[in-house]
Design a protein around this ligand. Sequence first.
Ligand SMILES: [Zn+2]
Length: 443
Amino acid sequence: MDYLIRNARTILTMDDDSRELSSTDIRISNGVITAIGPQLEQDCEVLDASRAVVTPGLVNTHHHLYQTLTRAVPGGQDALLFGWLQTLYPIWSRFGPDEMRVSAMVGLAELALSGCTMSSDHLYLYPGGARLEDTIDGAREVGLRFHPTRGAMSIGESDGGLPPDMLVERESAILEDCIRVIDAFHDPSDGAMLRVGVAPCSPFSVSRELMRDAALLARDKGVMLHTHLAENDEDIAYSQAQFGCRPGQYAEELGWVGDDVWHAHCVKLDSTEIDLFAHTRTGVAHCPCSNCRLGSGIAPVRQMRDAGVKVGLGVDGSASNDQGNLMEEARQAMLLQRVAFGADKMSAREVLRIATRGGAEVLGRHDCGQIAVGKRADIAIWDVSGLESAGSWDPAALVLAGPRQVRDLFVEGRQIVRDGRITTLDLPRLIEDQNRLAARLGA
Ligand SMILES: [Zn+2]
C-alpha cells in the first residue's frame, strides 16, 4: 500500500545535511521513501501530519526480549550485575518456547509504541527446548524489523563461570546452531526485515576459543557479531584476572573489532579502547537506563562520539531497565552525558540522531535510519498537539518534553501503529498471555 504523509509540521530527516523541513509531505511506495516535498500528489492513502513531528524510526541496538517476563523481580531489584544475574538465572531456566515468543512480542510492542522500527535481540539461553525462531515468530507477528542474535553461554558454575550448569551449552552445539539459524533466516539484501547475528553472551560466560570461533564463523557467513563488553568495574576486574588484559585488548586479539561488530555497554572503555573502536569502526550499544539501574556507571559517549566511534542506543533487557521505551532512553542518554560532562555536551538533536541513524549504522543498516528518498520507509509520527507538548518552542521538545509514544509508525511502509494503537496485535490478549506466563514462573 502507498501512503502520503501530508504537511508535516516538522520533519527531522537525519539525512547527511541534518535537514529539518516544515510543511512538507513524504511519499511511501513499496516500502521505500519515494518523494519528499511540499504538496505532493494525493493519489493514495493520506495521513495528515500538520500537528506532528516526523522522525526516522528509532533503532534499538541491545535487548534481551525474554526478560520482559522478569521485570522488577524482588531479589534482583537492588543488586549489582553479577548478583543480579545469579538471582535471575534460576527463574530463566524455567522458560520454554512460549515464554520466549510471548515475551518477545511484549518487548517489541512496547518498543513500537515508543517509536522504534528496528530492534536487535540478544538471546543467550535456550532452556526447555526454546529456539531463536520463537522470538523470530513473535517479531514477524508484531511487524518490526528484527536483528536477532544467536547468543550463548558455555562456562557454567562447575567450570568457574557465573551461570548455573543447566543454562550452558556445549560449544560445538552452539556453533552448529549458529550455522542453522543463519542459513535458515539471515537475509543480507537491502530492505531485509530479518538479519541474524552471532553473540556469545560475554567474555565471562564463554571460553576464549568460542569467542574466536564465533568471530571466524560470522566472517565466513557475512553476519554481524555482538556481545557485552566492559560493563562495570567487576567486568574489568574479571578480564584482568582471567585474561591478564583489559576487555578492548581481549576483543582485539580474538577478532572482535571491526565494522561488523558491536558491543553492548562499554561503560568502562578507556581512551586507548575508544581509539581502537574508532579506527576499526566497531560499534557501541549505549544502554543508559540499564547502566543506572545496575549502578554500572556513565559510558563515555561524548568521548566516543568525538573520536568517531559509532554509537546507538539500547534499552537492554527488561530485568535491568525495566521499561522498553526508546525515546525515554534517548532522554536518559542526554541527561547522563550532561551530569557527567556539562549541559553543553549532549544536545537533544544529537541524541535523537544517535537513537535513529546512529543505531542503524551500528547495525550495518545504511538503507535505514534517515528520511531521504531511496531509504526504507521506517517512520515515526509524533503528535505534538497534546498536553506534554503545549507551549513547546522547538521540535527538540520531543526528547526534552515528550510525547513518549508515537501516534503512527511505519515499518517498511507498513503501518504498525495507527492513532496510538498497534494494528498487528490483540494487545489486551497479549498482556493476559504474558501475565499468565509470569504467574506460572512464580511471580
Ligand atoms: Zn544486555
